[in-house]
Design a protein. Structure first.
Length: 413
């Protein structure tokens, strides 16, 4: 908020100074009528002098005064008309100038309607390579789980639970302390500690479940552990939570909870472009009632703006449920235009997601840029093209391949 107050204040001051200079300059200028008025006033003075010297008779002096007075009135009327005509234009121009400066600056920086803004409050003027390097450093040096927990304020106990329930939970804690290898007991403890808002104790119990189950732990066990880590850190995705989410994705690449947290981690470490791509796919995958849809909808407009993408929220769950098989590709020649676009959407979703999280060869980056061009999503194609230029900066042959794909997609010269 302070940024916008200062920015708008400076813009208004500059516009006011320019407008004041424009108006005051016009007010100081003399027109033809002003000159005539001075001449006629001098003539009246001269008549009085001639009358005193006896050069003019009283009758002639009266006649001359009447004529000069008539001319003074006419000149004064003309001066007023000139003032209204010339004074109104600078004032209107000054108002227009102020509106252009204030409105144009805001539109250029923030964007409005179909116009994509060029700025992002809070971000320095860094080149793309420097921003990516800064994001990498931020990600590597970000606080650990313990540091994040220590920085949070102490939460008061939840008052909605009665004494009997709290006593039962305490009994469960005492029982688990005496029976540390009881898996079912730890399951119950993790659930009840989470209900109480004791997320640190909850993920401790969940971590013990993973230790006891070992290789037999399920994807749901791992997902729950990652979820509790993020909750315990107040919504922050720590390195420990990221690692847990990556383990989940190694088993279930489409796990919605883990994918949401990976996108959140990217947003928190200066990579809104990657966060946007992950979350956009999640929206297209759906389903509408998935728990991660609402938080993505609340945050993805900002991610798109920070990524430089003119974004429209897609239909939730609009992506195909699977990618194309070899049989699909063979049958592509017989597809209708709509069916072919649907198949490409499936390819884009999977490929974009994988390149955002794991990277890939230049051929796949080129394929993604080309597919986005076919779909008409040139803003995303351009953003990915610029990202690829950084990734393959030291590989000229890869840059050539990607640039050709970007040219075909219409996003490069």
């Amino acid at each position: 908020m302070a940024f916008w107050i200062i920015t708008i204040g400076l813009t208004v001051v500059v516009a006011a100074l320019l407008a004041l200079a424009l108006v005051s300059r016009d007010d100081k200028s003399d027109g033809k009528a002003d000159y005539d008025l001075r001449v006629y006033c001098d003539q009246l003075t001269e008549v009085d002098r001639d009358l005193e010297r006896g050069v003019l008779s009283d009758a002639n002096a009266s006649r001359v005064r009447t004529e000069v007075s008539r001319r003074i009135l006419a000149a004064d009327t003309e001066r007023r008309v000139e003032s209204d005509r010339s004074g109104g234009a600078p004032k209107a121009l000054a108002i227009a100038l102020a509106l252009i400066l204030v409105g144009g600056s805001f539109t250029t920086y923030k964007g409005f309607g179909p116009i994509t803004g060029l700025g992002a409050p809070g971000y320095g003027d860094l080149a793309l390579a420097e921003r990516i390097a800064f994001a990498d450093e931020l990600r590597e040096t970000r606080p650990s789980q313990a540091e994040a927990e220590a920085s949070l304020p102490q939460q008061p106990p939840i008052a909605e639970f009665n004494e009997d329930y709290l006593k039962l939970v305490q009994t469960l804690r005492d029982t688990i302390a005496a029976r540390p290898d009881d898996i079912q007991g730890h399951v119950l403890l993790a659930q009840n500690e989470s209900n109480l808002g004791n997320f640190i104790a909850a993920y401790g119990a969940q971590g013990r479940i993973l230790d006891l189950k070992g290789d037999q732990s399920t994807t749901e066990d791992l997902t729950r552990y990652a979820d509790l880590l993020v909750l315990a850190a107040g919504g922050y995705v720590s390195p420990e939570a990221e690692q847990a989410a990556r383990v989940v994705l190694s088993r279930a690449p489409d796990n919605g909870v883990a994918r949401y947290y990976m996108g959140l981690m990217m947003a928190q470490t200066g990579r809104p472009d990657l966060s946007f791509r992950v979350w956009d796919r999640q929206l297209r995958n759906g389903p509408e009632d998935a728990p991660w849809i609402a938080p993505i909808l609340a945050q993805i407009p900002e991610m798109a703006q920070r990524a430089g993408v003119n974004y429209q929220i897609p239909a939730i769950g609009s992506a195909p449920t699977r990618g194309p098989t070899s049989g699909d590709i063979e049958a592509a020649g017989d597809m209708t235009g709509a069916e072919r676009i649907e198949m490409i959407e499936g390819m884009v979703a999977g490929l974009s997601d994988r390149l955002a999280t794991d990277g890939g060869p230049a051929e796949e980056w080129a394929q993604l840029i080309g597919a986005l061009g076919v779909l008409g999503r040139t803003d995303q194609a351009f953003a990915i093209f610029k990202n690829a230029e950084i990734v393959f900066a030291d590989k000229p042959s890869a840059i050539d391949l990607i640039t050709r794909a970007a040219q075909r997609a219409g996003v490069a010269e």
